[in-house]
Design a protein around this ligand. Structure first.
Ligand SMILES: [Zn+2]
Length: 293
């Protein structure tokens, strides 16, 4: 493996068309009043067609470069940038020029996609935007804008529900009311419909009554685990829906029952007996099998 590929791996650069110029030393620069590391890289992919007219590559020639500074996730505590030299092309057929594209960074944007993802992941925790901005060496406004991206803003429409729903619970955030939060999905296309902070029955009944009865009547089936309040919820809110117990939870329930029975049986035998050892071996095999699943 060439030495530069170690650096690409270290920086988690997934685009194989980006080549780190290992012969250029890493620069130490002050950017936005902070000591930063800047690595030189080149983006020069083979072009399959003209981006403007679709002409074949024999009509496209290289036409200079355009350099931009891309901010990556920090390395060893330093803000890290890529000085990316992007190849430009000229099409002899339509006389247009265009620049090589990469998934690392969106057109006209300075922040790399992995950095944006890291910021959004951090934003799931209870931290102020200013605090997150300081961690990632970006402005407070950048964090704010990222969190408020239109594709992350989900508005639930209370006048539609799919024919088959799937309900489950998960631990959301410490501050959530109730130990667990409730998640509602379209059972067919697995798309998230909504999240309800509190999964307790009165809160869920209140939530589903925001949907009109005619909308709730259209639901034909609801996939759930064996949590009793969900069964009551479906009976009260979805008059035409079948209750479908999720296969995963049935198997989980059977496993739990098997384990309880095995422990009860083991307790009947002295610890050094053959029977105890046989049961212990069986339980080890069973837990190994469950882990593999
Ligand atoms: Zn062209």
């Amino acid at each position: 493996m060439p030495q530069s590929h170690y650096i690409e791996n270290l920086l988690d650069l997934k685009d194989t068309n980006i080549e780190i110029l290992s012969e250029v030393p890493i620069e130490h620069q002050i950017i936005r009043n902070k000591a930063c590391k800047v690595l030189a890289a080149r983006l020069s992919p083979a072009i399959e067609a003209c981006h403007a007219c679709g002409s074949l590559p024999d009509q496209v020639i290289k036409h200079g470069t355009k350099t931009s500074l891309v901010k990556l996730c920090s390395v060893t505590g330093f803000d890290t940038y890529l000085r990316l030299k992007k190849q430009r092309y000229y099409c002899k057929s339509c006389h247009s020029t265009f620049t090589a594209k990469t998934k690392l960074v969106r057109k006209g944007c300075v922040l790399s996609q992995p950095l944006k993802t890291a910021i959004l992941l951090e934003a799931q925790h209870i931290r102020s935007e200013k605090d997150i901005a300081r961690t990632f060496g970006v402005s407070h406004q950048t964090v704010h804008r990222l969190i408020l991206q239109p594709q992350l803003q989900r508005k639930t429409s209370f006048d539609y529900l799919p024919s088959f729903l799937s309900m489950d619970e998960f631990k959301s955030v410490k501050s959530a009311q109730g130990a667990m939060s409730f998640i509602l999905c379209d059972a067919y296309n697995k798309e998230l419909i909504d999240i309800v902070e509190d999964r307790r029955l009165p809160s869920l009944i209140r939530y589903f009554h925001r949907y009109d009865l005619q909308v709730r009547k259209r639901v034909r089936g609801v996939v759930i685990d064996m949590y009793e309040p969900y069964i009551q919820l479906i009976k009260q809110c979805f008059p035409n829906a079948e209750i479908i117990i999720d296969r995963f939870h049935v198997v989980q329930h059977l496993n739990r029952a098997m384990n309880q029975l095995r422990i009860q049986t083991m307790k009947k035998f002295p610890i050094h007996s053959v029977e105890y050892k046989l049961l212990m071996n069986a339980s080890l095999k069973l837990s190994h099998f469950q882990r593999k699943r």
